[in-house]
Ligand binder design. Structure first.
Ligand code: 2HA
Ligand code: ZN
Length: 279
């Protein structure tokens, strides 16, 4: 299968692996296909495949096709053997089952995080039909911060925004956080999808990050921006538990005016302490 979609799907897997975000089989990627992208490969699809249960229910995705990485598959191997590591799946007419219509040629199942991916893709479709990509990775600096910052999306967002002026411009809706939970099922999918109703970044404590995008570059770029800011915060925290200088709430309001952004005031609280992670 050689299409534009296959190339861009592969590129993000390779580049993200090179970033060090995908040890072993860590992380996964999914994409809600456009009708014309399905038509391009229609002759290759096996519609006779057997239906399997989705852990969860996604009625708004009925009859849609998705390109997804496989469970236990390694991101670094997508480039070497696309058909072994990736699947195209189709969701049934009531959103309770899926079937593998292409790929995973040596056996296997779609990503262990299929529930989270599909539930996210469902709320994203309702939010903005163009949001088609959901991407999960294990970037080290972001995960490291989940051991020292409180489980509080407002604090997490504010501390990350302060690290890099681009941050509020790239993700003005801020970051949502999910406390540590068992991955791979419906519960964590529900919590993550709740965040994706309004925000483009969800951080799973002591695990990783979920982002969405209109295309692969946007999703990857968002992961990259959050992780870069997290890296700077880790560096700062290695020197001190306090910031001597930083961007003020008024500074953020000026950015919002300049770039015509809606920055939620709940992130712009007046800090009573210069200690990182305290309000
Ligand atoms: O191993 O990242 O969250 C794949 C994962 C599970
Ligand atoms: Zn993971």
């Amino acid at each position: 299968m050689k299409t534009e979609l296959v190339s861009s799907f592969t590129r993000i897997c390779t580049e993200a692996y090179q970033q060090g975000w995908h040890e072993r089989n860590g992380g996964n990627l999914s994409y809600r296909m456009r009708e014309k992208e399905v038509e391009e490969v229609r002759d290759l699809l096996n519609e006779e495949a057997k239906w399997q249960d989705i852990d969860g229910c996604v009625p708004k995705l009925a009859n849609e096709y998705f390109m997804v990485t496989g469970s236990g598959k390694y991101m670094k191997n997508v480039q070497r053997d696309f058909a072994d590591n990736v699947a195209i799946i189709r969701v049934n007419e009531d959103g309770t089952k899926y079937k593998i219509v292409w790929g995973l040629v040596n056996g296997g199942r779609p990503t262990s995080e299929l529930s989270s991916h599909l539930m996210n893709l469902e709320v994203l479709k309702q939010r903005d039909d163009g949001l088609r990509v959901v991407y999960h990775a294990h970037p080290a600096n972001t995960v490291a911060l989940t051991f020292v910052l409180p489980v509080d999306g407002e604090v997490f967002t504010r501390e990350i925004w302060e690290m890099e002026t681009e941050c509020p411009v790239v993700f003005p809706q801020g970051i949502g956080v999910v406390p540590w939970m068992v991955p791979g099922g419906k519960e964590i999918g529900i919590k993550t999808a709740e965040i994706m109703k309004r925000q483009n970044v969800a951080i799973w404590y002591h695990h990783g990050m979920f982002v969405c995008g209109h295309d692969f570059d946007e999703a990857y770029g968002l992961m990259e921006t959050v992780e870069k800011a997290a890296e700077m915060l880790v560096k700062v925290m290695s020197m001190s538990d306090r910031k001597l200088n930083t961007v003020t709430p008024e500074g953020f309001r000026q950015i919002a005016r300049q770039y015509h952004l809606q920055l939620d005031e709940r992130y712009l609280y007046e800090k009573k302490s210069d200690k990182i992670g305290e309000r």
